[in-house]
Design a protein around this ligand. Structure first.
Ligand code: PAF
Length: 284
């Protein structure tokens, strides 16, 4: 695996692969790689000729007071994990390499401005949109792999491809969970042992929402309340939001909560389109 630090080196490497007729898989990350990231790399390896994993802790997507400074960084560990998963390149640029000056041009994620992460973390999705735009511009035509755990991020990235005409096919990959249901996240590393034991309440709350829908409930407010109340059963966890978003074929359930000083998010899909329960009208 080749470790690349410069924008020019990254562009050249991927242009060279394409010139040789090889397809590119891009896996953008902020490092602190875990099995969720590695599932993206492995899938990209299966579907593309050359895979480039990127590691950049993007300051634009952190608000002042968030965890930019303490975000876990361990390039040597990430390097061996990415290599073992089959990545051909690891692009790990410095902040100066990505943002050589205060950006004049930034990308905004306007369509989803007032919901979930956009409300709880103003500016976060714009920061994601800006850095992903840069990564797409550098990588060129490719397939890009993103996890469904960051569901709104995925929606923003899909929007970028459509609105800014990137020659990129976005591939959504399922959330990877620990055996107790906790969605894998680099931020799980912040949790104390007691917090780690409490954290699966997010997934259990989503499952409670799912059970509610499966038993025939079709009022999103009721489902949201069930999830919120469920998180409330864990005294050390403070809910940020719990929301059910109905759809014709499936509902999407979202939870964000503070476990100690660590903010975690999760979501699941609940199919409603098929079978006897799905046939009923959606009340809202
Ligand atoms: O999901 C992440 O790790 C980041 O938000 C991303 C997509 C790499 C952009 O910084």
């Amino acid at each position: 695996m080749e470790l690349v630090h410069t924008v020019e080196g990254f562009r050249k490497a991927l242009d060279g692969e394409r010139c040789a007729g090889r397809t590119i898989g891009l896996v953008p990350t902020m490092g602190a790689l875990h099995d969720g990231h590695l599932s993206l790399v492995r899938r990209a390896v299966q579907e593309c000729d050359a895979v480039a994993t990127t590691i950049f802790v993007n300051p634009l997507q952190f608000a002042p007071g968030e965890d930019l400074d303490r975000y876990p960084r361990d390039l040597e560990r990430d390097r061996s994990l990415a290599e073992a998963a089959g990545s051909r390149y690891l692009f790990a640029p410095s902040e100066r390499e990505i943002y050589p000056r205060e950006p004049l041009a930034r990308v905004t994620a306007a369509a989803i401005e007032d919901s979930l992460e956009a409300t709880s973390r103003p500016g976060h999705l714009d920061g994601v949109a800006t850095v992903v735009t840069k990564l797409f511009a550098l990588a060129g035509p490719c397939r890009a792999y993103f996890g469904e755990k960051d569901y709104q991020q995925l929606a923003v990235v899909r929007g970028l491809v459509i609105d800014l005409s990137f020659p990129v096919e976005v591939v959504a990959c399922p959330t990877v969970r620990a055996p107790d249901g906790l969605a894998l996240s680099s931020r799980n590393a912040y949790l104390t042992d007691a917090e780690r034991r409490a954290a699966p309440v997010l997934y259990r709350a989503l499952s409670a929402g799912e059970a509610c829908i499966e038993s025939g409930e079709r009022d999103p407010t009721t489902v949201s309340r069930v999830m919120r109340d469920f998180v409330g059963t864990e005294p050390s966890v403070r809910v940020d939001y719990a929301e059910a978003r109905p759809g014709d074929q499936e509902w999407r359930l979202f939870v964000a909560a503070w476990v100690g000083t660590t903010r975690l998010i999760d979501n699941i899909a609940v199919p409603v389109g098929a079978g006897p329960l799905g046939a009923g009208p959606v009340r809202s």
